[in-house]
Ligand binder design. Structure first.
Ligand SMILES: C[S@@+](CC[C@H](N)C(=O)[O-])C[C@H]1O[C@@H](n2cnc3c(N)ncnc32)[C@H](O)[C@@H]1O
Length: 409
């Protein structure tokens, strides 16, 4: 792939860190004054900066992924620190919240993740097919005759449902190896991946954990015993169509001259991206060893033919290792971010709030070509709905997003 160029329309008057800081300091949208403190000369601002209401986002975001953030988080920075056409990037894109939000806002959307599952989840939502094309393709797929149905999966599925899932899986893997998988197939795969297991009748499985976290076969057997449940029959094509309608209920992203760029690479080395080509990075790395991305995605990996255990997902036990990993990521971000551009680096809460990763980030970037602008703490009460979309509540029913904002010098 050839290196990419910067976004088409660089702003005539570049968005300014000072204006951003003033907005944050004067923020009163939810009737609260911003609290200001500081850490080693860097201002820390705390308030509720974006709403916790799930419905405020575009429905195309409504797929689940472990430790995803809400679209309002990248939206807050994209709106204020970039203009249309500029490149916005996420090196830990997950389900692709930053990348999709950038695309919806007419920015050049760029993202990467070490797990190939990310591209599978995101790519078809950047340029979604029509519901008619999806319906026609579903009609054309033979859901009745798989060559194999792994019996161990019967702890999740009714035998008829498992047959349909396996038939669809074989169809998709066959088209992938033949190189004939198109955007409609990719859409169907993305929706199916999101329906594999969950806690309501909208999923293929019997009651299980929320969809961003597939439990082991043994754990599912225990859930079945405890709840005295056996998997009910669920119709795979019907559920895919239903979820597709829901995801597509609002207009798609605008047409753009530049196409999105997605990579499957480690955050410290993404050579396809040209130097100084990105205006804004909004990202959230793995927080130490808090989330087991391989384990939680094992069922999705099976469906997509990905060996999750072979993916070198970052999983650091010690703060020192995490600091090194973060620094290496920032070295790459220093290469690809244009002078004056920004990085918004979200670190959430770990170890019950006892470890302040935002301070670790500030330490990790010392000596690199970045100037700390501020730390923004979004402090909000969560609804129950937010929890099942993959955001962990703490015991008090509140949680924070902690974002270190840096400017490329
Ligand atoms: C906190 S999640 C990001 C979630 C994302 N913000 C979203 O809204 O979906 C962190 C992501 O980092 C990815 N990851 C882990 N190690 C990585 C590495 N070394 N390089 C790139 N991505 C990595 C994981 O696969 C996971 O998707």
């Amino acid at each position: 792939m050839s290196p990419i160029r910067a976004g088409t329309a660089l702003p005539t008057s570049p968005p300014d860190s000072g204006d951003f800081e003033k907005t944050v300091r004067d923020w009163r949208e939810f009737d609260r004054k911003t609290e200001a403190t500081e850490y080693q000369g860097v201002a820390i601002y705390r308030n509720e900066f974006w709403t916790s209401k799930q419905r405020a986002g575009h429905p195309l975001h409504e797929i689940s992924y472990r430790a995803c953030f809400k679209p309002q988080l990248p939206g807050f920075f994209i709106d204020r620190l970039t203009q249309e056409g500029e490149a916005v990037f996420d090196p830990f894109m997950g389900r692709g919240t930053t990348v999709l939000e950038a695309r919806l806002k007419g920015r050049r959307a760029m993202g990467s993740d070490i797990n190939p599952l990310s591209r599978i989840l995101l790519n078809p939502r950047l340029t979604p097919p029509s519901i008619d094309a999806i319906g026609a393709r579903i009609k054309a797929i033979d859901f009745s005759a798989p060559t194999q149905t792994p019996d161990e999966l019967l702890v999740f599925y009714h035998p008829d449902t498992l047959r349909q899932i396996c038939a669809l899986r074989e169809y998709l893997l066959g088209k992938t190896s033949a190189g004939t998988l198109d955007n409609v197939d990719e859409w169907i795969r993305m929706v199916a991946v999101n329906r594999l297991s969950g806690h309501s009748s909208g999923f293929f499985s019997v009651y299980s954990l929320p969809p961003n976290q597939a439990v082991s076969l043994k754990a599912q057997a225990r859930i079945n015993t405890r709840r005295k449940q056996t998997p009910p029959s669920r119709n795979v094509p019907t559920l895919i169509l239903k979820k597709s309608r829901s995801l597509l209920r609002h207009p798609p992203p605008p047409e753009m001259a530049t196409s999105p760029l997605l990579f499957n690479a480690p955050s410290h080395n993404i050579p396809e991206i040209e130097n100084a080509s990105v205006s804004l990075v909004v990202t959230s790395p793995p927080f130490l060893d808090v989330v087991d991305y391989q384990g939680d995605n094992w069922l999705r990996g099976w469906f997509c033919g990905i060996d999750m255990a072979a993916i070198p997902v970052a999983n650091h036990r010690s703060i020192d290792d995490w600091t090194d990993f973060t620094r290496q990521t920032f070295q790459e971000l220093a290469r690809i971010t244009r002078p004056g551009g920004h990085v918004a680096f979200e670190v959430g809460e770990v170890r019950g709030g006892k470890v302040a990763l935002e301070e670790t980030v500030l330490k990790a970037v010392q000596g690199l070509a970045f100037r700390p602008v501020l730390v923004l703490i979004n402090d909000q009460k969560f609804t129950k709905t937010a929890n099942c979309w993959g955001v962990a509540n703490n015991s008090k029913g509140t949680n924070t997003n902690r974002i270190v904002l840096l400017q490329k010098t």
